[in-house]
Design a protein. Structure first.
Length: 235
């Protein structure tokens, strides 16, 4: 409860800063007779997958979506700025494997994916998916070309984000129905990775490469998440 209250107050404070910066940008826009777009609000839609799958298991495809609010601070060099934000990331990975938790010789719990037939003798199995949800704090170093009369410019950024797990589960579909398991003890609680964006105007491309594994170190197979997709700046 205390954590939720702190996160809520932090989020409200950040949104106020965001709205204040938008008001400043609007005034600057009026004074220069040209809109200024700082990408304070971004939506990412991506193809998500996992590298280094266990033998015999494949991750066929996946998808993800991110929502991010940024405070953008322009440097003295007007083409450069720095941004810090808050975000929510959702990823779903589809696989022909089934996640298992086993005890190692040392007594530690270990998670990995195994082929569905080696875990469940169920011929009605259709598909399995693994879902992760994270609360993110992203940082970006941004470059923008001089905007045209509509405020559109070429943009590129390189960044880093830290995420804190807020939920994860598996979903298995068979002819008997849909079954979910919300107990995933070894999924990484804190993740981080490199981000990149490139685009023009309101649309662009984005990428993310995890520097942490899907599971905690020494508690699961060394699987690395990554994302490639589109980014949209609606405002």
């Amino acid at each position: 409860m205390t954590k939720s209250l702190i996160l809520s107050l932090f989020f409200i404070g950040f949104v106020n800063c965001f709205l204040f910066s938008q008001e400043i940008d609007t005034e600057l826009s009026k004074s220069k007779n040209r809109p200024i777009k700082k990408d304070n609000f971004l939506i990412d839609i991506s193809f998500d997958n996992l590298a280094n799958a266990p033998n015999g298991v494949s991750f066929k495809y996946g998808y993800g979506n991110n929502i991010q609010l940024f405070y953008d601070h322009q440097f003295k060099a007007k083409v450069l700025s720095g941004a810090i934000g808050l975000g929510y990331s959702h990823s779903k990975y589809f696989t022909d494997g089934f996640i298992t938790h086993t005890d190692t010789a040392s007594g530690a719990d270990y998670s990995t994916f195994q082929t569905i037939n080696s875990v469940k003798a169920d011929s009605s199995f259709k598909r399995n998916s693994y879902t992760t949800n994270y609360f993110d704090i992203p940082f970006e170093l941004r470059f923008r070309s001089t905007p045209n009369e509509k405020g559109h410019s070429w943009k590129a950024s390189l960044g880093f984000k830290v995420g804190f797990r807020i939920g994860s589960y598996t979903t298995t579909r068979t002819e008997a129905g849909r079954f979910s398991d919300f107990i995933q003890p070894n999924l990484t609680k804190t993740r981080y990775g490199i981000t990149a964006r490139f685009g023009y105007g309101r649309l662009g491309l984005m990428g993310y490469c995890g520097l942490t594994q899907l599971f905690e170190a020494n508690k699961g197979h060394e699987i690395i998440p990554y994302s490639i997709g589109f980014t949209i700046s609606p405002f």
